[in-house]
Design a protein. Sequence first.
Length: 168
Amino acid sequence: MKDQKNGRFDFTVVDRIIEDNGCAPQAVIAILQDLQEHYRYLPRDVFPYLSQKLNISEARIYSVVTFYENFSLEPKGKYVIRVCDGTACHVRRSVPILERFRKDLGLSETKATTDDLGFTVETVSCLGACGLAPVITVNDKVYPAMSPEKAAELIETLREELKNAEAE
């Protein structure tokens, strides 16, 4: 992120990721995936740097980022909660689960991430676990047969984990 001394972006992590993946233009997706895993989103500050290092245009990098739904240009929370709203989940009442997450976390349709970057709540068209409906994931861990009550309990558990991690 930004270096505290001069306010400029620290490219040390970016350089390591480029070194791990190589600097061929075809490595751009792997590099972007690793960057997003590290930062939990793709900081725009890296685009000009990647463009120079990979010898591809910033527009090409941006088009890759905006084409793939998994990439994000906005910071995401430590816990990314994805609520499935595919047919099976929707019929089994995934919307009240989504509403409970948003209510308990102070989020809305237009605000998906908490101010402290603890949580992000998103809807997805399908998680591919229709037999477990309604289903959610938290950082890719599947939680089957979810309900609004279970959602509230899960938020409390995750908040405790956040608190404990901060205390360490």
